[in-house]
Design a protein around this ligand. Structure first.
Ligand code: DTR
Length: 338
C-alpha cells in the first residue's frame, strides 16, 4: 500500500467507526403548534379551528400536533395579528372587522354588496385574497379565510322601521358598524367576546351580527326580537407565524396549503347550516319573534346604504385599485352563489 492509499484507508476506517458509534438521530417528534382564538369554544370560529386541527393532524400522519386555545386564553381579539407576528401564538384566528383600517382589501367584503350567505362569502373572500395578496398579510402565512352569514338585528325591543332603530344602542364592528350608523342607530363597537356581558348589563340593547350567536352565546335569552336585514358579512382570517411556517416540513406545508380553500368552504357551509338551526332553536326554545321588514320600508333602509360603497371607493382609490376590488367582489359573488 502506498502511503497515500494507507492514509485514505485510515480516514475511511475512522469515518466508518464514527458512523457505527454515532447513535441514529432520534426520530423527530411531531412539531407542536399553538393555535389561539378569541371567542368561547362553542362559537363557529372555534368549531372551524377544531375541524382544521383534526384534518391537519390526520392528513400529516402525526407529523404535527396542534394545541388549541379558545376563549382568548392565549391571545385576545385585537392582539391576534400582532401576537402571531411576534410568535406569542403560532397560529391565530382574527376577525378583520375589529381592525377596519388595517385590512382594507379584505374588509371590502363587508361593504353592502349583497353577499347572500357564508359559503359564498367565504369563497369570495378567499379568491379576493388570492388575487390581491394584500400587503397587510406580508408578515404571516395565511392558512384560510372565511366569513359569517349576513348580519341581522337581534334586540330587546322590536325593530320594524327606521324610527324604531333611531338612537338604539346596538353593537357592531367594522363594515357593519357603518351600516348601523347609516340607519341611525347608536353604534357601539366591541369584539364579540365582550358582547355577552355588555348585553347582560344593558350597555347595549342589541347586536348586529350573524344569527348563530342567538344559540351559541345564548343571546336568545335576552334578545327576543330579530329583524331580518341580511345585510353584510364579517370577514375572518387564520394566520401563522412566518418563522414557524418556514420551519415546517414541505409535506406538512403542502397539507396546510391545500386545505386553505377547502376549509373556507367548509366553514361557510357549517355557518349557514348552523344559522338555520339557531333560528329554529330560538323560536322553539325562547319564543323569539322574527320580523320581516315590509318591502316599502326596506326600500328606505337600502337607500341609506347606497352611498357607502361609492364613498369607500372614493376614500381608497388613491392607494388601492378600489373600483376593481368592488367589481371583483360583485363578480365573485355571482360566480359562487348558488
Ligand atoms: N359578526 C362578527 C363576527 C362573529 C359572528 N359570530 C361570531 C361568533 C364569535 C366571534 C365572532 C363572531 C361579530 O359580530 O363580531
Amino acid at each position: 500500500m502506498t502511503p497515500k492509499i494507507q492514509k485514505a484507508a485510515a480516514v475511511f476506517a475512522i469515518l466508518l467507526l464514527g458512523a457505527i458509534l454515532t447513535p441514529a438521530p432520534a426520530a423527530a417528534g411531531p412539531a407542536t403548534l399553538t393555535y389561539a382564538n378569541f371567542p368561547p369554544a362553542p362559537t363557529f370560529p372555534c368549531v372551524q379551528m377544531e375541524r382544521w386541527k383534526t384534518e391537519v393532524e390526520k392528513r400529516t400522519d402525526g407529523q404535527v400536533k396542534i394545541n388549541t386555545f379558545p376563549g382568548g386564553t392565549l391571545l385576545g381579539a385585537k392582539d391576534m395579528m400582532d401576537g402571531v407576528i411576534a410568535g406569542q401564538a403560532d397560529i391565530g384566528c382574527l376577525c378583520m372587522a375589529y381592525q377596519p383600517g388595517r385590512f382594507i382589501v379584505t374588509n371590502a367584503t363587508s361593504l353592502p354588496l349583497g353577499i347572500p350567505d357564508a359559503r359564498t362569502g367565504s369563497l369570495v373572500l378567499w379568491d379576493l385574497y388570492d388575487k390581491y395578496k394584500p400587503a397587510a398579510f406580508a408578515k404571516v402565512k395565511v392558512l384560510t379565510m372565511f366569513t359569517t352569514a349576513p348580519a341581522n338585528i337581534m334586540s330587546r325591543t322590536p325593530v320594524r322601521t327606521l324610527a324604531d332603530i333611531r338612537g338604539l344602542d346596538l353593537r357592531a364592528s367594522g363594515g357593519a358598524a357603518q351600516i348601523l350608523k347609516a340607519w341611525g342607530a347608536n353604534q357601539v363597537g366591541m369584539p364579540m367576546s365582550a358582547t355577552p356581558e355588555a348585553l347582560q348589563k344593558g350597555v347595549v340593547q342589541g347586536v348586529f351580527s350573524s344569527l348563530e350567536v342567538m344559540k351559541d352565546l345564548k343571546f336568545a335569552e335576552i334578545c327576543k326580537n330579530v329583524t331580518r336585514t341580511d345585510t353584510v358579512i364579517y370577514p375572518f382570517a387564520v394566520v401563522m407565524n412566518m418563522d414557524r411556517w418556514n420551519a415546517l416540513p414541505e409535506a406538512v406545508k403542502k397539507v396546510m396549503t391545500d386545505l386553505g380553500r377547502e376549509q373556507a368552504e367548509w366553514t361557510g357551509a357549517y355557518m349557514d347550516d348552523h344559522v338555520r338551526e339557531a333560528v329554529e332553536w330560538s323560536k322553539a326554545t325562547h319564543g323569539v319573534e322574527f320580523i320581516d321588514i315590509s318591502p316599502e320600508e326596506k326600500g328606505k333602509w337600502d337607500a341609506r346604504l347606497d352611498p357607502i360603497t361609492e364613498a369607500w371607493i372614493a376614500d381608497h382609490a388613491g392607494e388601492y385599485p378600489a373600483e376593481a376590488i368592488v367589481r371583483d367582489i360583485r363578480a365573485l359573488t355571482g360566480a359562487h352563489a348558488h
